[in-house]
Design a protein around this ligand. Structure first.
Ligand SMILES: Cc1ncc(COP(=O)(O)O)c(C=O)c1O
Length: 420
C-alpha cells in the first residue's frame, strides 16, 4: 500500500476503534473450547447405561482393575489413532495428562531398554504450536527448542539437522492433523521422515504425535492422514512413537476418554510406570462412550453435527479477515480444513499491540507469544483465533473489532517504518 493509502486506512481504523471502545463488547476468542450446543450432542451419555455395567468381556466396570481400559474403548482408540487395539490404552478424561505422564516417565525412568532422558534433555517445539505442549516441557525442566511449521507439518529439514547435531534432543511435538493453531496436516513425505527420525537422533528419542483433531473435519471430503504406525513399522522405530488422542472435543471436554498408543516395549514400560499411579481408569465413563460411539462410522456421524455448528463460525472469521485485511498486506492467515483454530500473522512487532487494542474494545484474545516456547514470539507477529465457543453473532462482532485492531496497529507500524 502507498503511504497515502495507509494514512487513509489508519484514519478510518482510528475512528472505528474509538467507536468500538465507546461500546466495549465483553467477548472472548481465547481458548478452543466446544460451545454448549456442541456439548449437548453428547447428552445421551447421561443415563445411557440404564443399569447395565458389564463390558463386552463381562467385567464389572464399576470395580477396580482393567488398567488398559475396556476392550470396546481400546477398539475405538485404535480406530481413531489407526493402530492395533492391543497397543492402545484407554485412560481417564485427559490426553494432556497422559502426555505429561509420558514425558515425566521418559525423563526419570526411560522405557525398557531406553535409558532415562535425564538432565539437559531438549524438546523440539514446532512454532506456532500448542502452548500446553510447551508448558509440559518447561514445567518438567526440558529446554524448549523452536522449529518452524510448514503447510505440510513441522519443517523436517530443520528437525533432521537439529537431531543429527544434538543427541540431547529427546522429543518432538507433532499435532499431525489440523494442528493447533495453524490447521496444517502432515503429508505422506513428512510422516515417513518423522518415522525415520529415531534412526538419526540420540538415544531415547520420542515423536510425541498428538492427534487431538483426528476426526474434527470442517469438510465432507477430508484428506486422509498418512499412517505413522505403518511408516514406523517399516523404519523399525515403533518404540519411539507415542500417539495420543481423546474424545474431549467429540463428547464432553471435561468428561471424555483419552487414548495412548506406542510400540510394544514402550507400551509395556509406560503402563508399568502408570501402574504405580492408579488401579484402573473410569471404566463406567468408558462404557458410556462405547454405547454413544459404538464404531468409527457412528463417531464420524456424530462429528458431522459438530461440523454443522463449527463451519459457519470458521467461515465468519475467514470472511471478516478477507473483507477487512485482504489486499492490505497487513496480515496473512491460515484456512484450516478442520480443528479448532486459525492462525493469523500480523505486521511483525504488532501482535502484542493488537491484543491490547482488542482488550480496550472488550475483545479478549489469546496473549501474543502463547504460540511459542516460553511465551516469546521473537517477531511478535502470530495470533491464534479460537472461534468455537462464542455464538456465531458474537464471533462476527468480535472479528469486526479484531480486524480493525490489526489494521490500526499494522498501519501505524508501517508508517513508522516508512513514513513517506
Ligand atoms: C493439540 C491439543 N492436544 C490436546 C488438547 C487437550 O486434550 P485433552 O482434553 O485430551 O487433555 C488440546 C486442547 O485444546 C489440543 O489443542
Amino acid at each position: 500500500m502507498t503511504p497515502e493509502a495507509l494514512k487513509a486506512l489508519l484514519a478510518t481504523a482510528e475512528t472505528d476503534h474509538a467507536a468500538h471502545c465507546a461500546a466495549p463488547l465483553g467477548l472472548d476468542l481465547t481458548r478452543g473450547k466446544p460451545a454448549a450446543d456442541q456439548l449437548s450432542f453428547a447428552n445421551g451419555l447421561d443415563g445411557i447405561l440404564q443399569g447395565q455395567f458389564l463390558d463386552r468381556d463381562g467385567s464389572d466396570t464399576r470395580n477396580y482393575g482393567g488398567p488398559l481400559g475396556i476392550p470396546e474403548l481400546r477398539d475405538l482408540g485404535a480406530a481413531v489413532l489407526e493402530v492395533p487395539a492391543a497397543q492402545v490404552l484407554a485412560g481417564g478424561n485427559s490426553s494432556l495428562t497422559l502426555m505429561y505422564q509420558f514425558v515425566d516417565a521418559a525423563l526419570r525412568f526411560g522405557f525398557g531398554a531406553q535409558a532415562p532422558w535425564g538432565d539437559g534433555a531438549k524438546m523440539l517445539c514446532p512454532v506456532p504450536g500448542y502452548d500446553r505442549h510447551f508448558a509440559i516441557g518447561e514445567h518438567l525442566g526440558l529446554e524448549l527448542v523452536p522449529v518452524p511449521m510448514t503447510d505440510s507439518g513441522p519443517c523436517m529439514d530443520a528437525i533432521e539437522a537439529a537431531v543429527a547435531a544434538d543427541p540431547s534432543i529427546k522429543a518432538l511435538w507433532v499435532v499431525p492433523k489440523y494442528s493447533n493453531p495453524t490447521g496444517a496436516s502432515v503429508s505422506e513425505a513428512v510422516t515417513t521422515r518423522l518415522a525415520a527420525l529415531p534412526t538419526i537422533a540420540g538415544p531415547g528419542f520420542q515423536v510425541l504425535w498428538d492427534n487431538a483433531y483426528a476426526v474434527h473435519d470442517l469438510t465432507d471430503t477430508p484428506t486422509p492422514l498418512p499412517s505413522l504406525w505403518s511408516a514406523a513399522e517399516a523404519a523399525g522405530t515403533l518404540d519411539h512413537m507415542a500417539l495420543f488422542a481423546s474424545t474431549s472435543k467429540m463428547s464432553w471436554a471435561g468428561g471424555g476418554v483419552a487414548f495412548f498408543a506406542a510400540g510394544p516395549n514402550t507400551f509395556k514400560a509406560f503402563n508399568h510406570h502408570l501402574s504405580f499411579q492408579l488401579i484402573g481408569p473410569d471404566k463406567v465413563n468408558q462404557l458410556r462412550h462405547a454405547r454413544l460411539f459404538p464404531d468409527l462410522p457412528q463417531l464420524r456421524a456424530h462429528m458431522a453435527q459438530h461440523r454443522a455448528l463449527l463451519k459457519p463460525k470458521f467461515d465468519a472469521v475467514l470472511s471478516a479477515l478477507d473483507a477487512g485485511l485482504g489486499n492490505t498486506g497487513l496480515a496473512r492467515w491460515t484456512v484450516p480444513e478442520g480443528g479448532y483454530f486459525i492462525s493469523v500473522d500480523v505486521v511483525p512487532g504488532t501482535a502484542k499491540t493488537v491484543v491490547a487494542l482488542a482488550a480496550e474494545a472488550g475483545v479478549k484474545l489469546t496473549p501474543a507469544g502463547a504460540t511459542h516456547p516460553y511465551g516469546k514470539d521473537p517477531d511478535d507477529q502470530t495470533l491464534r483465533l479460537a472461534p468455537s465457543f462464542p455464538p456465531l453473532a458474537d464471533v462476527e462482532a468480535a472479528m469486526a473489532v479484531f480486524v480493525n485492531c490489526v489494521r490500526l496497529a499494522g498501519a501505524r507500524q508501517r508508517l513508522k517504518e516508512r513514513p513517506e
